[in-house]
Design a protein around this ligand. Structure first.
Ligand code: ADP
Ligand code: MG
Length: 232
């Protein structure tokens, strides 16, 4: 059995001199200027206008993208010292993701979507079913277990996506505009589901351009033209 990660005290996510430049013809676009930061446990909102580097930062934190300079350390492990396969395993064990669009697998039910990471982690069928059911219950969707994503509302689908992201008890939960496509009331419910893991001491990073949403976070990072400023 692979139990969910216990939450460790202190910070698990550190970036050192992290930057990302993109060549653009003769010029270079600084999508992220060199940035050193220790992400505190709890909810950190990343705010900034479109094109300011928010998704660039998230992709680097996840190890989807390779930095131009610097490194990302998760519990002391430098993501880019791992092989591609090692990084995928590491990501499965340590990260949860919530995207703007729920990214659920369309041919799987809500329950099967939540079971999916548990299956990848080798959790036996019976146990993973029970755990997935408990996770759906936690997001208030026990009654929707057998529904396909197309049979769920946008907010429900996003809640299933959060249940899936929490399935292996991630140390780091990354959410890129998870409420961007939802009305404000539905968005609030989705946000509440991200504050729970933050209170458990997980590192939850929420990209948003909504100031009201950012105001709810424990910490804020502001991005402008690739330059990060911190404000607590
Ligand atoms: P945000 O998520 O805040 O809207 P992004 O991180 O997507 O911003 O983009 C930051 C900057 O980097 C923008 O100027 C964008 O055009 C540029 N950029 C992002 N991805 C690429 C890429 N793959 N190639 C070239 N430029 C990119
Ligand atoms: Mg973006």
């Amino acid at each position: 059995m692979v139990p969910p990660h216990p939450v460790l005290p202190g910070s698990v996510l550190v970036v050192e001199n992290l930057s990302r430049l993109y060549p653009s013809g003769e010029e270079t676009v600084t999508a992220l200027a060199p940035f050193t930061y220790t992400f505190p446990p709890g909810l950190t909102a990343v705010v900034g206008p479109s094109g300011s580097g928010k998704s660039t930062l998230l992709n680097l934190l996840a190890g989807f993208d390779r930095p131009t300079t610097g490194r990302v350390l998760v519990d002391g492990t430098d993501l880019h010292t791992l092989s591609e396969a090692g990084r995928a395993d590491f990501r499965l064990a340590n990260y949860g993701f919530v995207f703007q669009n729920h990214n659920l697998i369309t041919i799987l039910t809500a329950l099967e979507n939540v079971e999916f990471p548990l299956m990848l982690a080798g959790v036996p069928p019976r146990e993973r079913r029970e755990r997935a059911q408990a996770l759906l219950d936690r997001v208030g969707l026990a009654a929707r277990a057998s529904h396909l994503p197309s049979q769920l509302s946008g907010g429900e689908a996003q809640r299933v996506a959060i249940a899936r992201a929490l399935a292996l008890g991630p140390r780091v939960l990354l959410a890129d505009e998870p409420t961007g496509n939802l009305d404000s009331h539905t968005g609030e419910r989705v946000l509440e589901l991200l504050t729970g893991p933050a209170r458990e001491g997980r590192t939850v990073i929420l990209i948003t351009h909504d100031r009201d949403v950012a105001a709810l976070a424990d910490h804020r990072l502001r991005l402008r033209d690739g330059v990060v400023t911190t404000e607590d």
